[in-house]
Design a protein around this ligand. Structure first.
Ligand SMILES: *Cc1c(COP(=O)(O)O)cnc(C)c1O
Length: 362
């Protein structure tokens, strides 16, 4: 039995700021004098209305979301968006996808159920270890949108420059880099992410969508619940939302504001990632798997190249309080996810542990 919290490097659901968890614990039985937990509260109550409105306001402030974009708190996680996006946007039944990993591939496969989903670039030839050059892609004349997964959680790559969509709408899955750095929302038609990587508990997705894309003109037989307009018209309260999750996300937004906002977060995240990448670059045992120019600040995959030693490392690191360093089941090796809430001390301690492991097993 653990008596202390571990450093949790899980890719998701993932580490949350400790002070946010403490606050939520304090408010568990009686939220701000309401006499009940947020879990027990009607989503139509005045108190919850305050919670969701405040969460949206803080998110808008953090990301600088323009007034002509709607913020939707939806269920079904990021994966549900894989279908919602084509169902709502594929007017010509054509869309272009850039495949940089499993999540982009899943989204592409889902879109292919509704129309012509073209792969206009891919990095699968080198196990998704880089981001393809997207400066001059064969964008389809009739494409309704161009789709990317901006930070690839499994492979640890991140677009440092958005693709040239040649005037087409850009749709991006930012699940694993949500709120990790400043973002220019206006460059996207839709920017969305599951919240369990960098914001809150699992089970919810935040979709930020330009208002002109919210219409009744969706594919035939699109279910009511999968139509953006349903949720936009009802301010994310068409049916019972994931109330507790919205409340937790709101707390994380407040925490981010207190930390200095997204520019400060970026600086903090760069500092953390540098500690780990610098070590990987000079280690004679461990090595990163991604080309340096496309490295993610959030997910850092690395290998030893020896199954036995990797197994030993995962076991010993776990015993020492570094949880969830095992790589994704499809790629093996190790992966450290160092989201916003991972303190710098956690990364420093991990690198010290790796140095010691390298020394002992050289
Ligand atoms: C985790 C993840 C998803 C899937 O999220 P769910 O909420 O489980 O559907 C999609 N895209 C990316 C980039 C992810 O990291």
């Amino acid at each position: 039995m653990l008596t202390e919290r571990v450093y949790n490097f899980s890719a998701g659901p993932a580490v949350l700021p400790e002070e946010v968890l403490r606050e939520a614990a304090e408010e568990m039985l009686n939220y701000q004098g309401s006499g009940m937990s947020v879990m027990e509260m009607s989503h139509r109550s005045k108190v919850f209305d305050g919670i969701i409105k405040e969460a949206e306001k803080d998110l808008r402030e953090l990301m600088g979301i323009p007034d002509d974009y709607k913020v939707l708190f939806l269920q079904g996680g990021a994966s549900q968006q894989f279908a919602m996006i084509p169902m709502n946007l594929m007017k010509n039944r054509v869309a272009d996808y850039i495949i940089t990993g499993q999540w982009a591939k899943k989204a592409w496969k889902e879109a292919a159920r509704f129309g012509r989903a073209n792969v206009v670039a891919s990095s699968e030839d080198k196990t998704f270890s880089y981001i393809p050059d997207c400066s001059d892609l064969p964008i389809s004349e009739e494409a309704d949108y161009v789709y990317i997964c901006e930070n690839n959680t499994i492979y640890g790559t991140k677009y440092k420059k958005l693709p040239n969509t040649k005037g087409k709408l850009l749709v991006a899955d930012v699940s694993s880099c949500f709120l990790s750095e400043p973002v220019d929302v206006e460059k996207y038609g839709i920017i969305y992410g599951g919240v369990q990587k960098n914001i809150g508990p699992a089970g919810m997705v935040i979709t930020i969508i330009r208002e002109d894309l919210i219409t009744e003109d969706v594919l035939p037989q699109t279910p009511t619940m999968l139509t953006y307009k349903t949720h936009a018209d009802a301010d994310s309260l068409y049916n019972t939302p994931n109330c507790y999750c919205i409340y937790m996300c709101g707390k994380v937004f407040k925490w981010l504001k207190k930390m200095g906002g997204l520019s400060a977060m970026k600086e903090h995240n760069e500092k953390k990632a540098k500690i780990l990448y610098d070590y990987l670059d000079q280690s004679r045992m461990f090595r990163g798997t991604v080309v340096p120019e496309d490295r993610s600040l959030m997910n850092v995959p690395f290998v030893i190249g020896n199954d036995e030693l990797e197994k030993k490392f995962i076991q010993e690191s776990s015993d020492a309080g570094f949880a969830n360093l095992k790589g994704h089941r499809t790629v093996g090796g190790m992966r450290a996810s160092i989201y916003n809430a991972m303190p710098i001390e956690g990364v420093e301690a991990l690198v010290n542990f790796m140095k010691e492991f390298e020394h002992k097993n050289a």
